[in-house]
Design a protein around this ligand. Structure first.
Ligand SMILES: NC(=O)c1ccc[n+]([C@@H]2O[C@H](COP(=O)([O-])OP(=O)(O)OC[C@H]3O[C@@H](n4cnc5c(N)ncnc54)[C@H](O)[C@@H]3O)[C@@H](O)[C@H]2O)c1
Length: 500
């Protein structure tokens, strides 16, 4: 049974007509078919609904119609193929068609950070809602999924009802999305929880109907009012960002006294009240969500007179930024104090593995800073090369791991792709000029690198601490058991670098 936190949503019910589906399943549109929207559209079709995806980007629509996912997301290309073949999924740029087709319209457009401000840029949400509403002539429900500042849903609810010929027959609800890039399909079809922000019983019923297949499987459901639902999302992201920055703050302290944050993190993780997830020290968070969401939350909190309550997010952001600076400093140290002319193999450009997303990517930021300091940087990423090139066209990219390592003086692991973790230190050592590696993600098996003659460094650990095996990682991977570090002393890190 779903865990339902029932909000009284009955008082406004008389104002709303049914979405008039005459007993048939509702037809869905998904407005904005980026990382979130394309995944949502495909997954809703997988669940059996007729779905029409809408985007202003004609090239993206064309790609999706052709069965090409315009970004890297494991499992999504196959699911798209199947959904298109079923005849239940189509994409368009035509808002009139979408308004005519849909009973329930999911808004999944971007809410990036405004240039020169911490505030969220709501132009796309406002525009998509307005474009759609002006063309909706019968009772329908718009469901926002984008991450927005609290108060946006209530404002949009008024706006769409003013603009739509359907008037108060057009209802608006919020249903924040928690999917993780890299796991987007499974997170959409098997989410940890569903949150419905509603202002009427009708909206709640319509959302229950759409998500019935997931609710039937026991997915927990929280029904809330509009502002609470908006806050759930930004509160969740703020908590995750804080947890990451907390352990990275501990890494800073460890660095000051030659203590080992890897050991510290694992000891904390074994406390059930703390847990190990999002407690892995390293280069910190990035991507299209966490950084802009905590900034927009602070901005909005100030606007509503609650700025003091989330002022700590300033520190969370600052700690995160300092890890990038520290990584550059450590690469410089490994290079012998001078980056000019140093050949650096930068492994990773995506903000995290299993994604090609480079928005606010710590990896790309560090690679770029190294280049600006005069290093001869070559970046390799299994999936994000194209996006990295779009952002920094003058950053040299390698087509393979071995090409990136060829002749490098310092190797720095910036995104913990499986390919990098699985590579053999001995084989990699044969490619480089100097066996010096900075593991900025605590992802490599430090012992094996040391045994293979590498100088191995990582953030928040003494130079002599070599234990970085997957067995000892602070955040276990899927299916892994959390274990304590072996107590044997770490091998010396002073092995002479191998010159080829
Ligand atoms: N990416 C994630 O993992 C994720 C997870 C949870 C929540 N979110 C939130 O979802 C929202 C979308 O994020 P994303 O990563 O999918 O962004 P994205 O940039 O990948 O996609 C946004 C899409 O909206 C389209 N668009 C812009 N204006 C439009 C309009 N007026 N009408 C129709 N389409 C329009 C763009 O062309 C683009 O395809 C954001 O608010 C984000 O914070 C994202």
């Amino acid at each position: 049974m779903p865990l339902t936190d029932m909000t009284d949503t009955t008082k406004d019910d008389t104002m709303h007509a049914d979405t008039h589906t005459s007993g048939r399943p509702p037809r869905l549109t998904v407005v904005g078919t980026g990382y979130l929207g394309a995944t949502h559209a495909v997954c809703m079709a997988t669940l059996g609904y007729q779905v029409l995806g809408v985007d202003v980007d004609a090239a993206k629509v064309e790609a999706l119609v052709d069965g090409r996912v315009p970004f890297h997301e494991p499992g999504l290309p196959q699911a798209l193929d199947e959904a298109l073949a079923s005849g239940r999924l189509d994409f368009t740029t035509d808002f009139a068609r979408a308004a005519d087709f849909g009973d329930i319209h999911f808004l999944c457009v971007g809410t990036p950070q405004q240039p020169g401000s911490h505030a969220a840029d709501l132009r796309f949400v406002d525009d998509a809602a307005a474009q759609l509403a002006a063309r909706i002539t019968r009772p329908a429900l718009i469901v926002g999924k984008s991450t927005v500042p609290v108060g946006t849903a209530a404002r949009l609810r008024e706006l769409v009802r003013t603009l739509s010929p359907a008037g108060e027959g057009l209802e608006l609800a919020w249903n924040p999305e928690f999917l993780r890039e890299g796991f987007a399909v499974q997170d959409t079809l098997r989410p940890d929880r569903l949150v419905f922000g509603v202002a009427s019983a009708h909206a709640e019923q319509a959302l229950r109907q759409v998500y019935d297949p997931l609710l039937e499987e026991g997915t927990p459901l929280i029904v809330a009012d509009l502002p609470t639902s908006e806050l759930v999302k930004v509160a969740a992201n703020s908590f995750l960002a804080t947890k990451i920055s907390y352990i990275n703050a501990m890494a800073e302290v460890c660095e000051a006294v030659d203590a080992d944050v890897g050991v510290l993190a694992r000891a904390l993780a074994l406390d059930e009240r703390i847990g190990g997830r999002f407690l892995r020290p390293g280069l910190g968070f990035g991507g299209g969500c966490l950084p802009k969401d905590i900034r927009a939350f602070q901005h909005r909190a100030q606007e509503i007179g609650a700025g003091e309550a989330v002022r700590f997010l300033d520190d969370v952001d600052a700690i995160n930024a300092r890890r990038r600076t520290r990584t550059v400093d450590m690469v410089r140290d490994l290079a012998g104090g001078e980056l000019l002319g140093t050949r650096v193999a930068a492994l990773g450009a995506a903000f995290k593995p299993n994604s090609d997303d480079v928005r606010d990517s710590p990896a790309l930021d560090v690679a770029r800073r190294l280049q600006l300091e005069g290093a001869d940087v070559v970046v390799y990423d299994p999936e994000a090369a194209e996006n990295a090139h779009r952002v920094h066209p003058d950053l040299p990219l390698a087509a393979s791991l071995s090409e990136a390592l060829d002749g490098s003086h310092v190797t720095v692991l910036l995104t913990e792709w499986e390919e990098f973790q699985a590579a053999q230190p001995e084989a990699l050592g044969a490619l480089v000029s100097r066996r010096r590696v900075l593991d900025a993600r605590h992802a490599l098996d430090g012992d094996r690198y040391l045994e293979a003659g590498w100088e191995y460094r990582t953030l928040g650990r003494p130079v002599t601490a070599g234990v970085g095996s997957p067995r000892g990682r602070s955040e276990p991977g899927p299916g892994e058991q959390e274990q304590l570090l072996p107590t044997a002393p770490a091998p010396s890190a002073q092995a002479a670098p191998l010159r080829l």
